[in-house]
Design a protein around this ligand. Structure first.
Ligand code: T46
Length: 134
């Protein structure tokens, strides 16, 4: 079973509702260079199917829920994200797939680098060769 890291974000709750603040180098371990979010994911869709050579990310399902499949080439894990109060850390060299999105799911991603297609490994066999140093 693959070990993975999650980060709990302490909500500020009062009678109006809840607020989560995320501060760089305090709540998360890297500078944020990019933020993006996935929403309106269609029923039954599975996406991702890649790893990153350098990129580090934190995934937070701010609404609804979804599942994340992680694979480091040796072990795998299935992680359910269903709360805006915690995030999943995905380090580099980790194959990921996202699935089982609820209709209301919004998956927010905090990323350590700007978008760079050259950082992606989109072929699983190539990923295995890459982590073996071939
Ligand atoms: C990841 C998972 C969780 C951009 O132009 N800029 C961006 O910052 C991103 C992330 C994507 N794009 C374009 C590239 C594609 O034409 O948006 C389109 C969809 O991207 P992609 O097919 O890579 O989406 P996913 O859901 O497979 O993966 C995304 C991220 O790319 C990836 O880094 O870890 O979400």
């Amino acid at each position: 079973m693959l070990k993975y890291e999650t980060i709990n974000f302490a909500p500020h709750n009062d009678k109006r509702g809840s607020l989560v603040a995320i501060e760089v180098n305090k709540d998360i371990p890297f500078e944020i260079k990019r933020v993006y979010y996935l929403y309106k994911t269609q029923n039954g869709v599975r996406r991702g199917f890649h790893a990153h050579k350098e990129l580090r990310q934190i995934l937070i399902c701010t609404s609804g829920s979804c599942m994340i499949h992680l694979d480091n080439g040796h072990d795998t894990a299935e992680v359910k994200l269903d709360s805006p109060e915690y995030g999943l850390v995905i380090e580099n060299n980790m194959w990921r797939e996202m699935y089982d999105f609820t209709d209301d799911a919004v998956l927010l991603v905090l990323a350590s680098q700007h978008y760079d297609e050259k950082d992606y490994i989109r072929d699983y066999d190539e990923f295995i060769k890459y982590i073996k140093g071939e």
